[in-house]
Design a protein around this ligand. Structure first.
Ligand code: HEC
Length: 309
């Protein structure tokens, strides 16, 4: 990497690592009005993944909860294939913190249901399913007669390595692997997800997030600034307060965008260039056995695409 770009990488790293403050504390910052935490690294711990809370514990940061409802019959979702829309009051993500004097959207408590699963060879394992409870909802009940039941999706922060490689895969290669009706009979029916690409102003294939919810790293990062920390960028100029969250609107401060393109681009450069760590114990029996299964079930096919053949 050229020396100047090394500097961009470490500047990007410091914006990823360092906490942001509310505008009242530091003129440069503008955390909030509602947010999940004050720094990227609090969730993507040391550039790695977050972790699930213990049974019955209040969520501690690295899990976030996405919210949605079914669109009312006859309404027009933004994109024709959309089956869910953001919650009309709480938006598409629960923010469990607010600035002093503000109103947080609620607290997330996770408990688990345990299920025994038996494999074909008779071996049993125990799986656990998270049950999410939102305590002290700040803006009224989440489910209501007006909009029906809220749907909740718990997401753990994924690791940050190797994302530039995923972004480099061409749309054609992704589409070549689409197999909506499982025509090749391997039991896997992949379908590309599509969302709105804010910069390109067109529908694009999604790549990032657990359910492929963002098309580019830049947009993913801008959405993280906005949704997780209440910081606007040129891609998302509106704070994450919804129309009826009055206190949230009253606490909006500062000029938009709160995060400059320069910072957004540096953090994006950082996220595009975090390398995949060297493999451990690649020659060990257990690892090799796993490798065989990986090849047998067809994962390697996707890996070849990933390497940009
Ligand atoms: C509150 C915790 C939290 C914070 C803070 C946070 N993230 Fe994330 N991040 C997540 C979660 C959870 C996901 C998965 C989202 C999904 O599936 O919808 C994610 C996904 C991502 C991804 C996509 C990774 C992949 O494998 O597809 C990137 C890149 C990312 N975040 C960057 C950032 C940046 C940059 C910041 C700071 C500006 C940030 N995140 C702050 C929790 C967080």
């Amino acid at each position: 990497m050229a020396v100047s770009r090394r500097l961009d990488f470490s500047v990007g790293n410091s914006f990823f690592r360092n906490p942001w403050a509310p505008a009242s504390t530091n003129a440069r910052d503008a955390l909030g009005p509602i947010f999940n935490t004050n720094g990227c690294q609090n969730c993507h711990i040391k550039d790695g993944r977050g972790h699930a809370p213990e049974d019955g514990e209040l969520n501690r940061v690295s899990l976030l909860v996405r919210l949605s409802i079914a669109p009312s019959p006859g309404s027009q979702p933004l994109l024709p294939h959309q089956r869910v829309i953001p919650h009309p009051v709480y938006g598409d993500q629960l923010q469990d913190f607010a600035l002093p004097g503000g109103i947080a959207e609620g607290h997330v408590r996770v408990s688990y249901e345990y299920h025994q699963v038996t494999f074909q060879d008779g071996k049993t394992v125990e799986l656990r399913k998270p049950v999410i409870a939102i305590e002290a909802p700040g803006y009224g009940p989440l489910s209501s007669d007006d909009h029906g039941n809220v749907m909740m999706s718990a997401r753990i922060a994924p690791p940050m390595v190797g994302l530039g490689l995923l972004e480099a895969i061409s749309e054609q290669d992704l589409l070549a692997n689409e197999d909506i009706d499982d025509n090749n009979g391997d039991g896997i029916s992949g379908k590309a997800n599509r969302v709105w690409d804010v910069e390109q102003k067109k529908i694009a294939i999604d790549r990032f997030g657990w359910k492929a919810g963002q098309p580019t790293l830049k947009q993913q990062n801008a959405a993280a600034f906005n949704g997780d920390m209440g910081l606007t960028t040129s891609l998302f100029m509106e704070e994450s307060c919804t129309a009826t969250q009055k206190r949230c609107h009253e606490q909006m401060a500062g000029e938009h965008p709160e995060v400059s393109d320069n910072i957004l681009n540096k953090i994006t450069f950082y996220s595009q260039n975090l390398a995949v760590p060297v493999r451990h114990d690649a020659k060990e029996g257990k690892v090799l056995a796993g490798k065989h299964i990986f090849y047998d079930v067809g994962c390697v096919f996707f890996m070849m695409v990933g390497q940009g053949h």
